[in-house]
Design a protein around this ligand. Structure first.
Ligand SMILES: [Zn+2]
Length: 329
């Protein structure tokens, strides 16, 4: 037998390996700075400067509560409120591990005491109170402390007469607190009522993901509601609904852009424009007395007052018993 015609034996696995290697050039190992949408890679410093938005494709990376406050606030920063509140464990709940252990671990890994950070700050020089949720702390779940801090933020905003900014990011109620967590839905809604009575505006920003009991309570009750691009905003995630209803949902189910079309949000705002947008709204809504000038309202408010006055006088004239109703008939 001639040597020329001899077969070469290569295993199928080896061929697959070679094909795989050729098709996919070697990349940097994906980490926190790798964009899941377009594979671009950024250093921690670049991420901070880009407000954690991918400049190549616009993907919005998650933001921690404190980072968010720094992005929204002035360079001077913010003053954190009620940072010492910690969850109790009245149910002495244990799933695979005790609840107290999970809380301690979350605090150690995030450096935060709870899934919400409240602060007093200025957005583009307009004063505001902020309640910002953090998904990295036990999935941004709402327990008694989240409810309490949110209610305190509402009270404080009403007392000071400055708008409340809420940034939501949550997986829903905290199951380790059972019914006590569910009660926070009612508590936060009632707290917002007091703000409405005090005529204090509430601006809500829906970040990815806003779901469950948080979406079903305070997150859906803002006077102005913004959402970040691509954020999931739904009571249940699409996978759960598909499994329950056995229906195939559209690919954009519950996404911010779909919720805008549904009328659930007022605008989908790029994070890089968010502070500017909120700042502008705060200046328009600003009360004359917070400017230190009692007589003259800022242009935006003056315009609104003029408009309201015109509507009122028009309505008065149209009333059946009005004295100046003309010749009548
Ligand atoms: Zn990208």
């Amino acid at each position: 037998m001639s040597k020329v015609g001899r077969n070469i034996h290569v295993s199928v696995d080896r061929l697959r390996q070679l094909a795989h290697r050729d098709a996919r050039p070697r990349k940097i190992k994906a980490d926190a700075g790798t964009c899941p949408k377009c594979d671009s890679h950024y250093s921690a410093d670049e991420m901070r400067r880009n407000l954690r938005v991918c400049p190549a494709c616009g993907h919005h990376f998650p933001v921690t509560a404190r980072e968010r406050l720094e992005q929204l606030g002035e360079p001077g920063g913010y003053v954190e409120l009620w940072g010492d509140l910690r969850a109790a464990d009245p149910l002495q709940f244990t799933d695979l591990r005790p609840y107290t252990e999970r809380i301690a671990e979350a605090e150690k890994s995030t450096g935060m005491g709870e899934a919400i950070v409240c602060a007093e700050l200025e957005v583009r020089r307009a004063p505001a109170i902020a309640a910002v949720m953090d998904f990295t702390f036990m999935g941004g779940s709402m327990g008694a402390v989240v409810g309490e801090k949110f209610a305190r933020a509402c009270d404080y905003a009403a007392q000071k007469g400055v708008p409340l900014i809420v940034v939501a990011a949550s997986g829903g109620a905290r199951m380790q607190e059972g019914t006590l967590a569910l009660m926070q839905m009612a508590k936060t809604v009632i707290a917002l009522d007091a703000l409405a009575e005090a005529r204090v505006p509430v601006i809500v920003v829906l970040a990815h993901p806003t779901t469950g009991g948080v979406w079903a309570s305070f997150a859906s009750l803002g006077d102005i509601t913004y959402a970040e691009p691509g954020a999931l905003i739904a009571f249940s995630g699409p996978r759960v609904i598909e499994e329950t209803t056995r229906e195939v949902l559209p690919a954009d189910f519950g996404r911010a852009e779909r919720q805008l079309a549904n009328g659930q949000v007022d605008a989908v705002v790029d994070r890089r424009e968010l502070a500017e947008r909120i700042g502008r709204v705060l200046h328009i809504l600003r009360r004359p007395e917070t400017d230190g000038t009692t007589g003259t309202a800022p242009p935006g408010l003056q315009w609104a007052q003029d408009g309201a006055q015109k509507v009122k006088s028009m309505m008065d004239r149209m009333r059946p018993g009005a004295t100046d109703s003309g010749s009548g008939g």
